[in-house]
Design a protein around this ligand. Structure first.
Ligand SMILES: Nc1ncnc2c1ncn2[C@@H]1O[C@H](COP(=O)(O)OP(=O)(O)O)[C@@H](O)[C@H]1O
Ligand SMILES: O=C(O)[C@@H](O)C(=O)COP(=O)(O)O
Length: 412
């Protein structure tokens, strides 16, 4: 294994897998740190954790365990993947996890670059934009678990760590890898936010950090890495292999992000079967995973079970019951629903939302996910086992017709 990656959620990890697989690496995503060694032909291994929103100390511990395993697989470089919208709280977990990994690897320069231009995430003057909005005006300020209320990544990361945060501006990145390397050497700080506006900038950054042991960022920061390994004669390009999967399909969505809500609306507007889950009904046991799975298995077409709701509805439920209680109940519901659907014959399963996808993958006791071809930017088709394929869609990814498109792509 050449590149060892740690993803702080499951959809984000598959997004990273998509970038690396498209650029020709053979990629496997693991659900948590595996107990066994990796297969010998894996070039990039991604240990997916559900560590984005867990207590800081747990996220650090699990990330260090993943690092130990990746080191034992012979990796030469390590990438900590977090969200392209830098999802975190003022306490963490991005800063503390990055600091622990940097300490363990003796890394003295670590870049932070969540940019993903294909999905509209760019960084300029240290500020993160989503399309033409600052992060804090993009809808992410209403995220149920990690509201992003400050677009200045230096300031946000600075709250999470006990050290200063440097910056490599776009003007330097435009001058190419040598200029970036020189700027990194000149920094007073170990942690450095790097601007990136275009994919070309990410390729420059990727080249500039080819000798750094630890990088951090969104999937975009990986764009240039397969080329680095190829240039060193360490990897040979081959596209992801894909074998379609026939059989019943279903969608589970716990994501309340704007893009997902649009996809849910489109699905319903097209007359496709949809069952809305009210978390209050789950908490009262008026609705169970068994009820929802039985409903889905009795439908024709592509059934959608969703709790996706707008920010006001989410806030009302959280204020009443507490966000952690609601999140835990929804996670348990979707995990159980997925188990029942697969037991009932579903072979193509689409999940929307990082927390939700993590709960589902863990609930299905899946340990290895083979990354296949891209469905929409940032979302690959995934083979889980002989009779089960999945798509783990990040909350804000995918076109409006994503659910139908994913079902078709997983089959074809
Ligand atoms: N109807 C709802 N009311 C309150 N909270 C909800 C509702 N539906 C989902 N949530 C919360 O929103 C979170 C969405 O997180 P996630 O699955 O990661 O989606 P995304 O990727 O869009 O952020 C869930 O973990 C859950 O706690
Ligand atoms: O980098 C990204 O935007 C995604 O890969 C990702 O991590 C999204 O997370 P969720 O929105 O929680 O699915």
């Amino acid at each position: 294994m050449l590149l060892g990656c740690i993803g702080d959620d499951f959809t984000g990890s598959s997004d990273l897998g998509n970038t690396l697989a498209k650029a020709g690496m053979r990629v496997v995503q693991y659900s948590g740190t595996p107990a066994r060694p990796a297969a010998p032909d894996v070039e990039a291994g991604i240990v997916a954790l559900k560590s984005r929103t867990m207590p800081v100390a747990d996220a650090v511990r699990l990330s260090l365990e993943a690092l130990d395993w990746l080191r034992a697989q012979g990796c030469r470089q390590f990438l900590f993947k977090y969200c392209s919208t830098f999802d975190s709280t003022p306490q963490g977990n991005i800063g503390p996890v990055a600091a622990a990994l940097a300490n363990a690897l003796n890394a003295n320069r670590v870049i932070f670059c969540p940019a993903f231009p294909a999905a509209g995430r760019t960084i300029y003057q240290g500020h993160l934009f989503v399309g033409d909005c600052l992060l804090s005006e993009s809808g992410m300020e209403n995220h149920p678990l990690t509201p992003m209320t400050d677009p200045d990544l230096r300031r946000w990361l600075g709250q999470q760590v006990d050290e200063g945060v440097g910056h490599v501006p776009a003007a330097t990145v435009l001058h190419g890898p040598d200029a970036v390397r020189a700027a990194l050497r000149a920094q007073d700080h170990r942690f450095v936010v790097a601007d990136a506006i275009r994919d070309e900038d990410l390729l420059v950054l990727g080249q500039a950090v080819s000798n750094e042991v630890l990088l951090t960022g969104g999937s975009g920061i990986a764009l240039g890495l397969p080329g680095n390994f190829r240039a060193q004669g360490l990897s040979s390009a081959h596209g992801p292999q894909w074998r379609g999967q026939a059989g019943p399909a279903a969608v589970l969505s716990g994501s309340c992000s704007r893009a997902t809500r649009g996809q849910v609306e489109r699905h319903i507007a097209e007359g496709s079967p949809a069952l809305e889950i009210d978390p209050r009904a789950l908490l009262r046991d008026d609705m169970t995973a068994r009820d929802a799975a039985a409903w889905a298995l009795s439908q024709t077409g592509l059934p959608l079970v969703y709790s996706s709701a707008d920010p006001d509805a989410v806030r009302a439920v959280q204020d009443h019951h507490g966000s952690q209680i609601v999140a835990a109940r929804l996670d348990a519901f979707f995990a159980e629903c997925a188990r029942l659907l697969v037991a009932g014959g579903v072979t193509r399963l689409i999940t929307a939302g990082g927390e939700t996808s993590g709960a589902v993958v863990e609930g299905l006791s899946v340990d290895t996910l083979e990354i296949g071809p891209e469905i929409d930017p940032g979302v690959p088709a995934i083979r889980v086992r002989d009779n089960l394929v999945m798509a783990l869609k990040s909350g804000n990814f995918g076109a409006e017709d994503f659910f139908a498109k994913a079902a078709a792509r997983l089959e074809g």
